[in-house]
Design a protein around this ligand. Sequence first.
Ligand code: NAD
Length: 295
Amino acid sequence: KSKGKKMAKAATKEQKLSAVLGAGIMGGGIAYQSAVKGTPVIMKDINREALDLGLKEAAKILGKGMQKGKVDATKMATTLNAITPTLDYNTLKDADLVIEAVVENPKVKASVLKETEQTVADDAIICSNTSTISIDTLAQSLDKPERFCGMHFFNPVHRMPLVEIIRGEKTSDDTINAVVAATLKMGKTPIVVNDCPGFLVNRVLFPYFAGFSKLVLDGADFAQVDKVMEKIFGWPMGPAYLLDVVGMDTANHASDVMAEGFPERMSKLTNDPVTLMYNDERYGQKNGKGFYEYG
Ligand code: NAD
């Protein structure tokens, strides 16, 4: 009985201070989401300009909310005040949940996670927002892998409801419970999944993108495919537009990972339009040109 009580207490331990490592598209979005739902957050980067951009993005989302009458001046001020930008690791020492969202590079992530573990308290939880790197591989850089799991948000963070919580081989139940609670507090819907290439969403999405690429290689017009999927089939956006949102750099890398992980289901296509566009620096909405052009 007392064991049950203890577990319940551990599971409901509330996050008081979060930290996000990396103030890019995802880190900035995660910091905003934490702040707007009432958990103060430290936003750490190695680059002052990235911190400024992260804060600017949060202010932009709040500004749009104000225009729609959903956010008032007080909410805007308290949310922005709840985000503390920093270049200094030491400020992480009081955080109870740290979400790593630095560049998708296993070596950089491993060193960032190691340094984080040396800074935070023994019972702090550490997560990674990686899209493609195995959670078990990243866990090897930590002394206490039981306090580590994946926490995979989707872009744009403030609009996408889902968060995939990825359980590594050594992740403890207490860690999963605490991250589920933190996700709910951020106003998001968690699902707990095992560690595998693509987790759940990208495992479904990338074979779909590969099917679309093959159709284009067979002569289909990408804009017509989008029109069919959107206007007639009824999805909110077609595959070409969605690839522009995801970004050709991200999509190209993720499709390599998926093709390697599931060769029987998805092989890398020769002349895949996604790869050709990536090589041509057509990254999608992030640089204004992909399948479509953005002004
Ligand atoms: P980004 O390039 O926009 O931002 C990365 C940030 O990390 C940059 O500001 C960079 O200065 C910072 N950084 C680099 N090294 C650092 C370090 N040592 N310490 C602190 N900050 C450091 O990248 P992003 O698109 O936000 O992606 C971040 C992570 O989120 C990646 O793992 C990516 O796979 C994942 N992800 C991205 C998306 C997406 O659609 N962009 C979706 C889900 C998950």
